[in-house]
Design a protein around this ligand. Structure first.
Ligand code: DUC
Ligand code: ZN
Ligand code: ZN
Length: 472
């Protein structure tokens, strides 16, 4: 099957250019100067399908490097399955996700990865890979880390938060980082001081400060900055490359920027919720409504200026990627578990469907360039997680994962309008986007076509990843 994508502006981190794209089967085989009109006319005649991209952007499919489909957490499960979550991702122009297999104490790492493979296989609309959460660092799990690298699972998340659940102390972190340094794997860190946070939570509840707002105040930025600094120092001692997930505090980013300035392999990830939403407006919503936005790290105070700094660090490159940390829970029966006690609200926000749009709005408002949009949402996540150049670039030899994005289109975000995630609310209700995902192609197959879904569960394949490709 030959598909010819004609007349669009192909966007990459290094520039934007009018180019035609030729797809044969699952791969891009050529990008052509539109000046070659005879050839273009010929291809328009002979191709099995022609996609008219005139006046639109042609992007590499979005790569969301941080999602949690069906994640068991907070006494329930994230409400999107691999089927519903990857379908929603496709609607929003994301063609690859990297989800997290989870090991907790008492489980063999390999068994948990096998469980996640089982959940995802045959269910996904788009391609997917796995990171592995190590919830119990011991000699078996350290050995498993080395084995998993050979299986294409090349990144491992540890937690400095959640004592008694996922938490690793500094000694365990050091050992896991030594293994990461030996194997070349990427060490991902949830950097919040969970021991101190648990004391603040206990004190808050005892005072009667039980509303969702106090989720934010019991996880202050100082405890994100401190943990980020500690993780950087431990990584420095061991030589492990470090990727700090879901950074929300500007002070944590200062730590990351400083380490990068010193030449250390440290990378920051942020998420749309930290760029747009705040402690005052969302977590502080009346009644129990703030529960919709309970996630960790928490939304920060707008008045403290975190958002502007996060956008700035995107421009400077010290925030390397924007992922969603898609971890959806419905209000009914899920978030409601925390009525009267915010600490029982399952932590997470769902937005896998909206990342490309929300970040495009940053282009419209002049916060980032068009090329930076593609860099942080597509190309750098592909390189960070060892999938480049199959993913993350419009180039011959790459998988034909493409998004045709209409800068003259419009997207209204809200429950009854564009929302395909399995959630009974939208974290971005009422957001208006000056652009629209028109067509989405996954490995040569059109899966979203002008408001029509044409994908299928099981089209998505497991991506065996190599080591990070963007180390300093
Ligand atoms: N950290 C995540 O990365 N996702 C969900 C919850 C959390 O704490
Ligand atoms: Zn986390
Ligand atoms: Zn997460």
């Amino acid at each position: 099957m030959i598909t010819f994508v004609r007349g669009g502006t192909v966007v990459s981190p290094t520039g934007s250019q009018l180019l035609d794209v030729l797809i044969d089967g699952e791969s891009i085989v050529a990008v052509l100067q539109p000046g070659s009109t005879a050839l273009a006319a010929d291809l328009t005649e002979s191709a099995d399908a022609v996609v008219d991209a005139s006046g639109k952007y042609v992007l590499p499919g979005g790569v969301d490097g941080h999602t949690h489909m069906e994640m068991p957490f907070g006494g329930t499960f994230a409400s999107d399955t691999f089927e519903t979550g990857t379908r929603a991702a496709a609607w929003g122009g994301t063609t690859t996700i990297v989800d997290f297999a989870i090991q907790t104490p008492g489980q063999r790492v390999q068994d948990t990865l096998a469980q996640w493979h089982e959940k995802a296989a045959g269910s996904c609309a788009i391609d997917y890979g796995f990171h592995q959460i190590i919830g119990d660092v011991d000699s078996d799990s350290l050995k498993a880390m080395s084995e998993l690298v050979a299986e294409g699972v090349t990144s491992f998340k540890l937690f400095m938060a959640y004592p008694g659940v996922f938490y690793s102390d500094d000694g365990k972190i050091l050992r896991a980082m030594q293994t990461a340094a030996d194997t070349g794997a990427l060490l991902m860190m949830h950097a919040e001081n969970g021991i101190a946070i648990d004391v603040l939570i206990e004190q808050s509840i005892a005072r009667g400060d039980t509303a969702p707002y106090f989720h934010g105040t019991s996880r202050p930025w100082q405890l994100e900055e401190e943990a980020t600094h500690r993780a950087i120092m431990l990584a420095n001692v061991t030589g492990a490359p470090l990727y700090v997930v879901h950074v929300s505090a500007k002070q944590a980013l200062e730590q990351i920027a400083r380490a990068r300035g010193n030449g250390q392999n440290v990378f920051g990830e942020t998420c749309p919720q930290y760029l747009y939403l705040s402690l005052e407006e969302q977590l502080g919503a009346p009644g129990f409504d703030g529960a919709k936005w309970v996630c960790s790290t928490p939304l920060r105070a707008r008045a403290e200026g975190h958002q502007d700094e996060l956008w700035r660090y995107l421009r400077t490159g010290d925030v390397s990627t924007v992922s969603t940390d898609h971890c959806p829970f419905c209000m009914k029966d899920q978030k409601e578990l925390g009525i009267g006690d915010f600490s029982k609200i399952p932590n997470g926000i769902g937005s896998v469907e909206h990342r490309m749009d929300l970040m495009y709005q940053g282009v419209v408002s002049g916060k980032i360039s068009l090329e930076k949009w593609v860099e942080v949402c597509c190309t750098t996540p592909a390189r960070m997680f060892g999938m480049y150049p199959k993913k993350g670039i419009v180039s011959p030899g790459a998988d034909a994962d493409l998004v045709i994005y209409d800068p003259n289109g419009h997207t209204s975000i809200g429950l009854g309008k564009t929302h395909h995630m399995n959630m009974d609310y939208s974290a971005y209700e009422g957001f208006e986007i000056d652009g629209h995902v028109d067509t989405v192609i996954s490995r040569g197959r059109v899966i979203v076509d002008d408001g029509e879904y044409r994908g299928s569960a099981g089209h998505g394949r497991f991506v065996k990843r190599s080591l990070a490709q963007n180390l300093l």
